[in-house]
Every structure is written in C-alpha cells, then in structure tokens.
Design a binder for this molecule. Structure first.
Ligand SMILES: [Zn+2]
Length: 427
C-alpha cells in the first residue's frame, strides 16, 4: 500500500536533489532557462525512475494499457511535440492526475476507477498534456523552488504545511488555459463532443461526495460547476468554427504488437551481461593509431511475459542505433529493428562453460579461462575470457567482468582494441 503523501514527498525530494537551494538567480536559469527542454525531460525521467524504485508504479496491466491507448491517441493529434510524451499510472487510490516536467503525465489508479468511460479519462489526459504543451509545469516547478525557500524560512510544521498547500497547485489562468487546450485536443482526437465536460462533472461530484477537494482540478477554481459550463462553451465554439477530428486509430499496444513474439525464457540474470535501466558503458576504440569513442546505454527495461526486455541505445560519433536485448541464463538475445514487431530475435552471445566451446549455426564461443583486466575505468579481477568466431567476420577475444559486462575486446588480425573507459550505474 502506498502512503498518501509519498508521491508528493518523492517529487519534492527529486526536485530538491536536482536543484538544491538556489544560491543565485543563475541557478534557476540553468534549470529552467531559454526554451531548452532537455533538462526538463531529464528531470521528468529522474522523477519517473524514483517512482519506479519506490514502487509507486501501477501493476494493473489493464489500467496501464487503457491509459496508454487513450494517451497515444491524444498525443498523435498534437500539431507540435515539445516532449517525448509519456504517461505513468501511479498505484494510489487518490483521484488525481498531474503533469511532471518533460512531458511526463501521471494519472492515479483512483481516477481511472472513478472514470470508467474512455471519454472521461481522455479529457483529463488532454488537460494534463495542455499543461505540458503550454509549459505550465516549468513555471510551476520554478515557483515550487521559491516556495521551498519560503518554507525553509518559516520552518517546522508551519513550513511543511505551507509547502503541502503550495504543492502542484496551478494558477487559475493555467487551469483555464489547460481546459481550453484539453477541450480542443479531445475533440481533434475524435472523442465524443457530447460528453466533453463529463470528466469535470465526475470530479465535481466526487468532491461533493467526500466533502473535500479533488486535488489539482479543484484546488484553484472556486466553482468546478462553472468550469463544466466553460468547457462546454469552448467545445461549442470550436465546433461552430468547423473543427474536425483528425482521423487517428489508437495504435495496438498489446505486448505482441509492441515487442513481437519474444523467446520463451526464464529471465535469469546473466552476471556477465547486466542490463539494468540507466547503465551506461563508454568505450575507447583504437585502430592503426586512430582513436574514437562510443557509448551504450540501457534506455529502459520492460517486463514482458516474464522476460526483462532491455532497450539499448548505442551512440556512435555520428549516429545512434537502437536495439532490444534479453539476457537469460547463459544466453543473450538481440534484435535490431524496433519498429517492426515481426523482426526476429537472434542469439547474440552464448557464455560458454569453462574450457568448452559452444556452437550456434556458424558462430563459435570458446572459453579461454579467466584473467584480470586493466582498463581506464579501473582494474577488473577474474574476467571471463572468450573467443568469438563467426563466418565472414574476424574473430574477437572478449573479456567480461561479473556485474559490469564487456570490459575489453580485441579483434584478431586487425588488432582493433576496445577498452571500457567509464561505467555509469543507475543511482
Ligand atoms: Zn490542471
């Protein structure tokens, strides 16, 4: 069970971790300045990672799939995409939704239950996308930092209640703007114009029933019923002006459609080939006196049918390559084309047993024992040494360190050498 304020506490702690008490105005500008969305996206991603680590993400697959389906239908209708929009379902019975920096929209399980109709949920998501698209979140977080300074000055209980009151409450103008934006996006994405204000109605009823405010949606508006009227008025005006829905079909987000058929694996971690989200390896390549560098990052890991599918991004000096990987027992599987769910999975690597040679088609993986390896990233003891031979490619000798992965690779014949320069682990 998730404690009531853990979501808030978490966001605050990440916010403060990212941006300790600003000493000068320039610190704020560094984070929120000049139309650069990169830092906001990074901030949102860190909050997301923390939420994941704290067990705040919903495990209700049906809820997550429903939310993602509606969310992607809305995002598909945005004329301009400022962020790589993502939606996160929070495991909490609170009836709430928020917009984090970087286009991360959060919606709570409680709200999904209170809104069984897709049209209702679509409006809430469209409203939150509106906060992101209009960059309200950015100014809100900026205000929060100032609030934090005020709370620190006030101190104790007084300070903490001030902070809770200030938390994630958008200004009235921002709410009106997000309602307008949300209404238009809702209609463009083809949701039912007749029930455009129903979500707000539900929130108003919930508030009455509980005798308390539903966070976010009623925190700043004196009369949610008036908000219902305004939304209906906005929709009528837009339709009168001839707004037509953009024809989009929600993409099929079933596991098969996204990941294709994945190998049936037990998903036992391979210590020689760890694939944790956030890991990043950088390698230096030397060949004929020339040096270059590349890095490999685990962008994310999804649990699909019991297997951990990792998405890796390889950054070369001039391009990026994406691929998906699964490490299981003594095997590592890979596939390249992410866009087609039909692209096949192939075994990329087999960790041979001691003194043995494993064969797969024309590929051979030969165990050469264990060695200590010195790299710019440090010294690694007892690395697994193996030779990989394949048809038409020069054979390579690889060294893998337990818990770290590939630390060194040398191409036989050409002498091309790759060495681990740095390894960044998720915090
Ligand atoms: Zn709002």
């Amino acid at each position: 069970m998730v404690r009531r304020f853990s979501f808030r506490t978490l966001i605050l702690s990440v916010l403060l971790m990212l941006a300790p008490l600003p000493k000068a105005q320039s610190d704020l500008e560094l984070i929120f300045g000049r139309g650069d969305t990169g830092k906001e996206i990074e901030m949102g991603r860190q909050v997301y990672d923390q939420m994941k680590k704290s067990g705040l993400l919903s495990r209700n697959t049906a809820m997550v799939q429903r939310t993602e389906r509606i969310f992607s239908q809305l995002v598909a209708c945005l004329p301009q995409k400022l962020y790589p929009y993502q939606v996160v379902v929070v495991a909490s019975s609170e009836i709430n939704a928020n917009c984090l920096p970087g286009g991360y929209v959060t919606v709570f399980e409680g709200l999904l239950t209170a809104m069984p109709e897709d049209d209702e949920l679509a409006f809430v998501l469209a409203h939150e996308i509106g906060h992101a698209a209009r960059r309200h979140t950015m100014s809100l977080f900026k205000k929060l930092q100032t609030d934090y300074v005020i709370a620190m000055v006030m101190g104790g209980q007084q300070g903490s209640s001030y902070l809770t009151g200030a938390f994630l409450s958008h200004s009235r103008e921002h709410e009106t703007e997000a309602d307008r934006f949300g209404t238009e996006l809702y209609l463009r994405a083809g949701f039912d114009a007749k029930v455009v204000s129903r979500a707000m109605q539900v929130l108003a009823d919930e508030g009455d029933k509980r005798g308390q405010r539903v966070p976010e949606y009623q925190s700043t508006h004196p009369d949610p019923r008036r908000r219902v009227k305004e939304i209906e008025k906005t929709a009528a005006t837009l339709l009168e002006r001839g707004l037509k829905p953009i024809s989009v079909t929600a993409p099929d987000l079933s596991i098969q459609a996204v990941f294709g058929k994945i190998p049936t694996l037990s998903s036992e971690a391979v210590s020689w080939f760890p694939l944790d989200a956030g890991m990043q390896w950088s390698y230096r390549v030397k060949r004929d006196g020339a040096t270059s560098q590349y890095s490999v990052r685990v962008v994310g890991v999804s649990l699909v049918d019991g297997s951990s599918v990792a998405r890796l991004e390889t950054s070369l000096p001039s391009s990026k390559i994406s691929s998906q990987w699964i490490a299981d027992k003594d095997r590592v599987w890979r596939r390249g084309r992410l866009n087609s769910p039909d692209s096949p999975w192939a075994v990329e690597l087999i960790i041979p047993r001691d003194n043995a040679t494993e064969k797969l088609g024309t590929k051979e993986f030969q165990s050469l024992g264990y060695e200590d390896v010195e790299t710019p990233a440090g010294k690694f003891a007892n690395c697994l040494k193996m030779r990989v031979r394949g048809e038409g490619t020069p054979s390579v000798i690889c060294w893998y360190a337990s818990g770290t992965g590939l630390v060194k690779r040398v191409q036989e014949g050409t002498g091309t050498e790759e060495l681990l320069v740095s390894l960044r682990r998720p915090n």
